[in-house]
Ligand binder design. Structure first.
Ligand code: ATP
Length: 330
């Protein structure tokens, strides 16, 4: 029995996590769900955004299924990723048939280092009008994430790993990251390797996304290019993610709490459902994950979607369509 900590959070976080659980419940999976509170609403209620009980629940779980939080993101999800030492943030960007997007055959996995870089929170006001932020890049964390990217490429039968950096400007931090990636690449001669400056890579991603297969990069760049990649294939409603560590894992949609549509029941549940299928794969339930992915892809291809993808269904309407396909009723 796997213990899943469910932390829906704020806004559409709750709506999309309910939807993902509905889909998971269609299959008979040996999961025990335990709920934890976190986010803006909890902070308002008790003064802390990530209560100790929730943190403890997440630590003890086999995986966390996380929704989204609003203003308290730095105190909740960034803290959770750091506390649980989930060092690899996986953000796949894959085209779906029937989705209006720039491209219809993109398939990229972004492997983002998740524990250091500018996200260390080392920010200071030196004096009035002068602020500083410290960017931490270590050999150990760079090597760990580079190896993770190559192992993922091997496991998924992917052909190339590309490291993104800006070593011509950040000659210490980015050069260390680049050099470590280059050294790790030598241990994987069967997988192609190259590296690009982050700015050039953004242009290539928009103009020629097929250059990329697995991308490995530092925390801040990874955050930015993963939204860019999500935009290439149809937006945030379709972008899932997994944060993987030695002991813990957190699965969450890339999108935030979307206050503009929260409470209307129209949030696209796909990113949360795909995050749940990443969790299934993490546990080795590959067939179940593929079944759900196929049902979701068929649902989208037939236009049975929420308004962000051009359809007229509500969140739970889309879930029902997915469930029909899972049960072979559509
Ligand atoms: P937060 O402060 O929590 O990050 P935000 O609105 O700044 O919230 P997102 O929540 O990521 O950032 O939303 C960005 C835009 O994408 C919003 O217009 C939102 O409505 C839309 N959006 C995000 N997720 C979804 C979704 N699952 N379904 C439909 N639209 C979405």
């Amino acid at each position: 029995m796997k213990r899943i900590a469910v932390v829906p959070g704020d806004g559409i976080g709750k709506e999309v996590i309910d939807a993902a659980l509905e889909v998971l419940n269609t299959l008979n999976l040996p999961f025990k769900y335990e709920w934890g509170e976190a986010g803006d609403a909890v902070k308002e209620k008790i003064g802390v955004a990530l209560p100790e009980e929730t943190l403890q629940l997440c630590r003890e779980s086999d995986a966390v299924l996380f929704g989204a939080v609003g203003e308290t993101a730095a105190d909740v999800i960034i803290k959770l990723r750091m506390e649980l030492q989930t060092f690899a943030n996986l953000r796949p960007a894959k085209s779906f048939k029937g989705v209006k997007a720039l491209y219809d055959s993109v398939d990229i996995v972004i492997v983002r280092e998740n524990t250091e870089c500018l996200y260390k929170g080392l920010e200071f006001e030196v004096t009035e009008g002068v602020t500083e932020s410290i960017r931490v890049i270590t050999k150990e964390a760079s090597e760990r994430i580079a190896r993770y990217a190559f192992e993922l490429a091997k496991r998924e039968g992917r052909k190339r790993v590309t490291a993104l950096h800006k070593a011509n400007v950040m000659r210490k931090t980015c050069a260390l990251f680049r050099d470590v990636c280059r050294a790790v690449a030598k241990d994987y001669p069967e997988i192609q390797f190259n590296d690009y400056y982050i700015d050039a890579a953004c242009m290539y991603m928009v103009m020629d996304p097929w250059r990329f297969d697995v991308i490995v990069t530092t925390n801040m760049f990874g955050d930015i290019v993963s939204d860019l990649a999500a935009g290439l294939v149809g937006g945030l409603g379709l972008a899932p993610s997994g944060n993987i560590g030695e002991e813990n894992a957190i699965f969450e949609p890339v999108h935030g709490s979307a206050p503009d549509i929260a409470g209307k029941g129209i949030a696209n549940p796909s990113a949360a459902i795909l995050s749940a299928t990443m969790m299934l794969k993490h546990f080795g339930y590959l067939n179940e994950a593929e079944k759900i992915e196929k049902a979701l892809a068929d649902t989208i291809a037939e236009g049975k979607t929420t308004p962000d993808l051009g359809g007229n269904l509500k969140t739970m309407g889309m879930v029902e369509e997915i469930q029909k396909r899972l049960k072979g009723e559509a």
